[in-house]
Design a protein around this ligand. Structure first.
Ligand code: GUN
Length: 286
């Protein structure tokens, strides 16, 4: 029987610690941390994520503003919104919910966000800093995974970490973080041939491919740590990229879906917002 990596409990603990720290910092700086989320269009998954982010902020004592715009917003209007938020002293974190409509240049717009307010860690400045092993704002999902590994004292040094999925949001920053932890990292993706022969060598297997139940026990080395980043809706139920009931019989550790990585993502967004707040307000009060 595998050890269940309980991201839900860890996220609750982290959120409570953030709430307590926020309360103290508001007394010190006489200002509330403030996250602004920009949501464009009517994507139901995005709307649901944004609602969860909003609720989590409020519970933690962080001010939350959601700017909702129609899908046909012009690039100029969106750029003006971001520039205004960059210059607004009451705003500590800016998050542009992805995906955004195709007529908008995602990369260009993300890179207009002030790197010190970039709670997603998606802008070039933070990506470069992370890849150089420097202090950076780290994307929330990979950050959450490292916190789960720490909580269960899973040391990556010298271990073979295989990551399936090369997205900017998860796979690539995850690889940088695992390298920093002295793992040997292999990236697999949709064009990788004979993926099983690689994943079977993994001491730590991180799956972020977005295909429901793709990874079964035949992909997994006995005793491995399996981290499932997938959130797929199948027959109105949430399911991961890993076939849980099959894999948990062979692996050593596993994250469930729901109750694993997903809950940590939101907790880490609060954490990143507080990090931005502390840097911005701390510098003003130095
Ligand atoms: N869409 C799906 N995941 C994310 C995320 O972590 N950040 C943003 N901004 N958009 C997303």
């Amino acid at each position: 029987m595998a050890v269940i990596l309980d991201g839900k409990s860890l996220a609750l603990k982290l959120r409570e610690n953030i709430r307590i720290e926020t309360e103290k910092l508001i007394e010190q700086y006489h200002k509330q941390p403030h996250l602004v989320v920009i949501l464009i269009g009517e994507n139901p998954a995005s709307q649901s994520y944004v609602k969860s982010k909003e609720k989590a902020c409020i519970k933690a004592g962080i001010k939350s503003t959601v700017i909702r715009k129609d899908a046909d917003i012009s690039e100029k209007e969106l750029i003006d919104i971001i520039k205004t938020l960059n210059n607004d002293d009451s705003v500590h974190g800016i998050l542009l919910q992805l995906p955004i409509p195709k007529h908008l240049d995602e990369d260009k717009i993300i890179n207009l966000i002030n790197p010190t307010k970039d709670v997603d860690g998606f802008c070039n400045d933070n990506v470069a800093r992370l890849n150089k092993g420097q202090d950076a704002l780290v994307p929330c999902t990979p950050l959450g995974i490292t916190k789960i590994l720490d909580e269960y004292q899973i040391d990556a040094t010298g271990k073979h970490c295989v990551i399936i999925g090369r997205s900017q949001i998860v796979g690539k920053p995850m690889a940088a973080l695992m390298l920093k932890r002295n793992a040997t990292v292999t990236m697999c993706h949709s064009k990788t041939t004979d993926i099983k022969s690689i994943t079977k060598q993994a001491d730590i297997l991180i799956v972020a491919i977005g295909r429901a139940n793709m990874v079964d026990a035949s992909y997994v080395k006995p005793g491995a740590v399996v981290i499932d980043v997938g959130i797929n809706r199948v027959d109105d139920q949430l399911t991961g990229d890993v076939l849980y009931d099959d894999v948990e019989k062979v692996c050593g550790y596993i994250t469930p879906v729901p109750g694993g990585v997903g809950k940590m993502t939101i907790a880490c967004l609060l954490d990143n917002t507080l990090t931005c707040y502390k840097r911005i307000e701390g510098e003003k009060n130095d």
